[in-house]
Design a protein around this ligand. Structure first.
Ligand SMILES: [Zn+2]
Length: 143
């Protein structure tokens, strides 16, 4: 039941990585790349697999963050439905508090990851856009 709990359990299970030679996704258990037959250093493979798992995690966390941020307009609509005002307000308050925490956590965990992975760069862009949008919304609310 602790499977979904922590980031470390994901990283421990990391068993796939990108072949340094041909960039195909391969298993860390095999001594040779099954695509280009380059020999695989098990230690380097393990490290690469952990890094890849971290990148994947960064990408999925970023997309959850985006989904959460996209809930804000929905809560804003709910806010204007009679008798639903409280629910809308609670949702907005929750997001207003949770989104910056989430952004900070993401940056803390993943910002130092060194990679030229395209998906990771996109994830970073998503987090940046959410952060800017959040700052603008909070700024507007304070006016
Ligand atoms: Zn290969």
């Amino acid at each position: 039941m602790s499977n979904s709990l922590s980031i470390t359990s994901d990283l421990d299970k990391a068993k796939i990585f990108e072949c340094p030679n041909c960039k195909q996704t391969i298993d860390t258990a095999s001594p040779r790349c099954r695509f280009c037959s380059a020999s695989i250093d098990p230690q380097a493979a393990e490290a690469a697999a952990v890094r890849m798992a971290r990148i994947n995690r960064a990408c999925s966390d970023a997309s959850y963050l985006k989904i959460a941020a996209l809930c804000a307009p929905a809560f804003l609509l709910i806010f204007f439905i009679p008798f639903m005002t409280l629910l809308g307000e609670l949702g907005l308050i929750f997001l207003a508090l949770a989104v910056p925490v989430w952004i900070a956590l993401w940056c803390f965990r993943f910002l130092r990851v060194q990679t030229d992975d395209l998906d990771f760069r996109q994830a970073k862009g998503t987090v940046f856009i959410v952060a800017v949008a959040w700052a603008i919304l909070v700024g507007l609310k304070m006016l």
